[in-house]
Design a protein around this ligand. Structure first.
Ligand code: ACO
Length: 325
């Protein structure tokens, strides 16, 4: 009686921005970015590529893979921190764009953990209503929320979208096996983004820097490695699955140094890890579903495989999810 993935899809903006291009914009070098982060290129959204447009294209591909029509979807959840509007949600735009006329739709803000939190929502929804088909999307045009004068952050991120359609299987061995998520709001200042200045002076946030991403890189690095490691061991413990039994680890593609440290701590060999951070940078909530779709299309997910996901992001939020394909 599992919540299974019926189809995956992803979509990347056309424009590729290389490290060399960034050399023209901030005081940095291709060599610094490669050695510190492993990132070589990222995609940057352009005309016709707002967050919901990327999301809708990824969703259509996921629906096609699942051989479902948009009308069959009853819930759409988009994890995003970079929709072009505060209201309506990105999910409402997606609902209209793909013609999911029978769906309710809303966004969640769990930053880079949005897709894994979304899987939890899909799982609970489907366990309560077995006939439901649920679309979970991670989508970002985070280039619109970066300070392009800040070399500490603008080199790390990229735009894109990934989606998965969830449904129900009578086969109890398949689907979501478990998850372990956490939040620590006390550490919000390590990674945050203001909104536009408040029109109510009494509740304006002191020192509002504007609606772009601010980060304490070193602290985030330490936190990210520890939080993902602990979440991974917790979900393995809870489900009685050993790390040796995991067929593929699909981590949040934050940056190569965080991932290298994590893999070292977990003692997972590189061939059991799906990595595409070099091509796209950190696409926040979109990173795991893009990687999931690429792994799926590359034939790296086989029946009975045990797939492990882990993430960490602004909030601070983190989590790990285990799925049997
Ligand atoms: N180009 C050149 N030099 C740079 C750049 C850059 N783009 N950015 C920083 N520097 C400089 C710094 O100013 C500093 O110079 P100084 O010594 O003269 O002061 C020097 O490089 C070293 O800076 P550090 O911050 O110590 O660099 P570090 O080796 O820690 O690497 C990095 C920075 C890559 C950001 C690292 O801290 C990290 O990986 N942090 C995690 C951040 C992250 O991935 N966040 C994503 C969002 S959260 C998530 O998704 C998990």
């Amino acid at each position: 009686m599992g919540t299974i993935i019926l189809g995956t899809g992803s979509w990347l903006p056309r424009r590729v921005m290389s490290n060399v291009e960034l050399e023209e914009m901030v005081d940095t070098t291709d060599e610094w970015i490669r050695t510190r982060t492993g990132i070589e290129n990222r995609r940057i959204a352009g005309a016709g590529e707002k967050t919901y447009q990327l999301a809708a294209k990824a969703a259509r591909k996921a629906l096609a893979t699942a051989q479902l029509s948009a009308e069959e979807i009853e819930l759409i959840v988009v994890g995003t921190i970079s929709s072009h509007m505060l209201m309506p949600s990105c999910a409402c735009y997606v609902q209209h764009e793909i013609g999911a006329v029978n769906a309710q739709a809303y966004d969640i803000n769990a930053a880079c953990s949005g897709f894994l939190y979304g899987i939890d929502i899909a799982d609970h929804h489907i366990q309560a209503r077995k006939e439901a088909k649920v679309l979970i999307i991670g989508a970002e045009a985070i280039s619109s929320r970066l300070n392009w004068q800040d070399r500490n952050t603008c080199i790390l991120f990229g735009d894109g979208a990934g989606a998965a359609v969830f449904g129900y299987s009578e086969d109890a061995r398949r689907g979501v096996l478990g998850s372990s998520h956490g939040t620590d709001g006390s550490q919000w200042e390590l990674l945050y983004m203001h909104t536009a200045p408040s029109t109510n002076a009494d509740i304006e946030v002191a020192g509002n820097k504007g609606a772009f991403l601010v980060m304490e890189g070193k602290e985030i690095f330490k936190f990210a490695v520890k939080a993902m490691e602990e979440a991974v061991f917790r979900v393995l413990d809870d489900t009685g699955v050993s790390l040796a039994d995991v067929s593929l680890l699909i981590p949040h593609q934050a940056n190569m140094r965080i991932l290298s440290k994590l893999l070292e701590r977990l003692a997972v060999p590189r061939e059991k890890v799906f990595l595409n951070v070099m091509n796209y940078g950190n696409t926040s909530a979109a990173s795991i579903p893009i990687a999931l779709d690429e792994a799926n299309r590359a034939g790296r997910l086989k029946a009975d495989d045990t797939i492990l996901f882990c993430s960490v992001g602004g909030g601070l939020t983190w989590g790990a999810t285990l799925i049997r394909w």
